[in-house]
Ligand binder design. Structure first.
Ligand code: NDP
Length: 399
């Protein structure tokens, strides 16, 4: 029996709250807190059991500390934005509460994300006897656990890892992002980067393209190489990996819109003055784009996210593919959300469950692949994200 405070009432916050509320035996008491309390109340109204809501500005460390000291939760599940990570970690340290998030810290003024800032909290969390679990979404999150599972059960050494994220869903809008538009556009307009022979190779955004024939009737789709945060922790924890890459599907219309928006400066995070008011173009763009949580009832089709790993088992080369197929409409029927928020929110709930039940529990700041993957993989099957594992004859990638 435990008490959690979920921070952030967006697309992902909605799913985490639904999923935690389904597990009465684990999540005895739930408080959903966010900047705009009415969004928390709207989510609470969808649930079959009562939860409490609260208003909090997570960037205000004293205010959040006071909330945590008053409520004394066992765990904070941070599904606000990456900008809040360090502030929420500080408040958790002040109040003596464990911490979990789904995306690594990103400073608002620089479009750059890396683990260094959060890894720097290792000693503080260890000394306080508290635990922080980083990146418990799908990618990062499940992809890290898939990698650990492949290493534990299928390959003695992983040499090449390709994480491939396909969203074959269609929401019928000319241009919309599936999670927070500001964070999403910052991520995909950044330089691409992959790991090769002990160093990072940087390439222009979207300049490396391949195609992949996805299972479950999705079929072939164009994929583009991006930098993604789980690559950083995975190559650190598996130094044997010679090459690690991350790929994502994008349709031509999406790419054309993005190109135009970039060319006219609408994706910039440099402030501009408009009528005496300082405006950040990307934040203004977010305000005019569809809210990702509004795409739920509109989106049809499937997602397929997985890891293709090539390496050695008993001296013989093998290629293993582990993936999940998720259906947008089925997610909506269950938790009133599309599959992108669902595939992030379910692993956040499972990560929290791992900590609260003591399967994953040690003081310090940890990434997902640093724990035994088995109980987490079992819960993915149980709570809505079943996975398949297949042995392939080739990676299916041309490059
Ligand atoms: P949304 O923008 O839909 O929701 C963010 C929520 O956080 C909003 O309710 C917002 O409040 C709240 N918030 C923002 N700032 C503060 C603050 N200072 N104090 C309190 N609450 C705040 O985002 P998503 O739900 O799409 O994404 C949530 C997180 O999940 C992000 O960090 C994202 O990067 C991560 N993510 C991870 C994925 C993975 O696979 N690992 C995949 C997809 C997302 P308000 O409504 O008032 O603005």
């Amino acid at each position: 029996m435990s008490k959690v405070i979920i921070i952030g009432a967006g697309g992902v916050g909605g799913v985490v709250t639904h999923k935690c509320a389904q597990l009465v035996d684990v999540f005895d008491e739930i408080i959903l807190a966010s900047r705009t309390e009415s969004k928390c109340q709207a989510i609470a109204a969808q649930l079959k059991r009562p939860i409490r809501t609260a208003q909090v500005d997570a960037d205000n460390v004293p205010e959040l500390t006071a909330l945590l000291q008053a409520e004394k939760p066992d765990l904070v599940i941070n599904v606000a934005l990456p900008y809040q990570d360090l502030h929420i970690m500080d408040a958790c340290l002040n109040a003596g509460v464990d911490y979990l998030d789904t995306a690594n810290y990103e400073p608002p003024e620089i479009a750059k994300f890396e683990y260094s800032w959060q890894w720097a909290y290792q000693e503080k969390f260890q000394k306080a006897g508290l635990m922080a679990l980083l990146g418990s979404g799908f990618d990062p999150g499940v992809t890290n656990v898939y990698t650990a599972y492949i290493k534990k059960h299928y390959l003695d050494e992983i040499h090449e890892l390709d994480i491939i994220d396909c969203n074959a869903g269609d929401h019928g809008k000319p241009f919309a992002t599936n999670f927070n538009p500001e964070i999403n556009i910052r991520e995909i307009t950044a330089k691409g980067r992959y790991w090769q022979n002990g160093q990072w190779v940087e390439v222009d955004a979207m300049s490396i393209k391949d195609s992949y024939d996805f299972p479950a009737g999705i079929g072939p789709k164009d994929i583009y190489l991006l930098y993604h945060e789980e690559l950083e922790s995975i190559v650190k924890h598996y130094p044997e990996i010679k090459r690690a890459r991350f790929w994502m599907t994008f349709g031509q219309s999406y790419l054309k819109h993005l190109e135009v928006l970039q060319n006219i400066g609408m994706t910039s995070i440099e402030p501009v003055m408009y009528n005496g008011v300082e405006v950040i173009p990307l934040q203004f763009l977010k305000a005019v784009l569809p809210d990702p949580s509004s795409l739920g009832p509109l989106t049809k089709g499937k997602t397929c996210i997985g890891c293709v790993a090539k390496g050695l088992k008993d001296g013989v080369e093998k290629i293993i593919y582990i993936y999940n197929i998720c259906d947008h409409q089925e997610c909506y029927a269950e938790v009133q959300s599309q599959a992108i928020s669902y595939t992030t929110g379910v692993p956040a709930m499972i990560g929290a469950k791992m900590m609260l039940e003591g399967h994953w529990k040690k003081p310090g700041v940890w990434n997902m692949e640093q724990f035994d993957p088995d109980p987490f993989m079992a819960d993915l099957n149980r709570y809505g994200l079943p996975w398949e594992v297949v042995e392939l004859n080739n990676t299916g990638l041309a490059s």
